[in-house]
Design a protein around this ligand. Structure first.
Ligand code: ZN
Length: 310
């Protein structure tokens, strides 16, 4: 009997693990066709994808259901002025560029500007994730004009995604703010919380920025303790996702309840509780790793998410 139990446990563990890996793998599938690059080709032989931004809004061709981005040999074909242009790499065999539009740009008919969150699900998924790179490069470029140490105008550093101060030599790289996001399980339940700035009725898994000097696992333990007052154990890596609002990298984990009662950090969290897979509140949309964590839990429990926004 003991032998059979072991086999069963191993089999269940394998099913759970394969589901876990699949959920995590899917996060990055969208980007597998994109190869990052910094130095543009010396000659452009065909059309390229152009990700042009005014502030954080992307220039698109709107459609009734779907939107697209310009696919042109040169951005100047649109008759718009680019303040800066950055090579991003190539998608399949097509080059990709990020462009910053001049303030006050007047768009010709048939072109619009929209926020990235608003176009998720309407722009091709792969193009969408390239756009999330583009918006961060443009944002970094326009907010790093001068050296933070000596205030000298910066110059681009050759073949690196970096800027260099010509006086003091200080290097300035694109900003990236790592944040952990964690699904906490207790038996057949998961912990969901409601932040004060969430959409009405929406709950999600806990997340928070990593502090300097802190490991990701320490950040998981601290955030859960600070926000809802409980202890966690068995912290396992789930997957990661760029989150360009404005420049985060979400690193996903699962963890198991280890003790304590829910006690809210009132400044951050409005409500929190334990939920089962078949009685979920409103949860985040499919763009987020939060949703992928919740979907993984629901799939593991053999149910389908309810009340989810698309
Ligand atoms: Zn300097």
């Amino acid at each position: 009997m003991i032998g059979h139990s072991c086999i069963l446990i191993v089999a269940v563990a394998e099913i759970a693990l394969s589901s876990y890996n699949r959920a995590a793998k899917n996060i990055m599938e969208e980007e597998k066709r994109f190869i990052s690059g910094i130095v543009p080709p010396s000659e452009r032989t065909g059309p390229a994808w152009w990700f042009a931004f005014l502030e954080s809004k992307l220039l698109i061709y709107p459609g009734s259901d779907l939107v697209s981005v310009p696919f042109l040999v040169d951005f100047s074909e649109l008759g718009l002025i680019a303040v800066s242009q950055h090579y991003l790499g190539h998608l399949d065999d097509r080059d990709c560029y990020a462009v910053e539009l001049a303030e006050g740009t007047v768009l010709p008919p048939g072109i619009a500007l929209e926020g990235l969150r608003q176009i998720y699900g309407r722009l091709d998924e792969t193009l969408f994730w390239v756009a999330t790179r583009a918006v961060q490069i443009v944002d970094w470029d326009r907010t790093h004009l001068f050296c933070g140490r000596c205030a000298t105008p910066l110059r681009t550093k050759g073949a690196e995604r970096a800027k260099e101060c010509p006086i003091c030599g200080q290097l300035h790289f694109p900003r990236l703010a790592p944040a952990i996001i964690v699904l906490v399980e207790r038996g057949g339940e998961l912990l969901l919380a409601r932040s004060r700035h969430f959409l009405s009725g929406m709950y999600s898994v806990l997340a928070g920025f990593v502090e300097p000097g802190e490991s990701l696992e320490e950040a998981v333990v601290r955030e859960v303790k600070e926000e809802v007052g409980i202890d966690v154990k068995d912290i396992k890596y789930f997957g990661s996702q760029p989150w360009p609002f404005p420049h985060s990298l979400m690193i996903g984990f699962t963890a198991t309840y280890a003790g304590g009662e829910i006690s809210l950090d009132d400044s951050e969290i409005e409500d929190a509780g334990w939920f089962t897979a078949d009685h979920l509140p409103r949860i985040p949309g499919k763009i987020s790793i939060a949703r992928k964590l919740i979907d993984w839990f629901v799939e593991k429990k053999g149910s389908s998410p309810k009340k989810a926004i698309p």
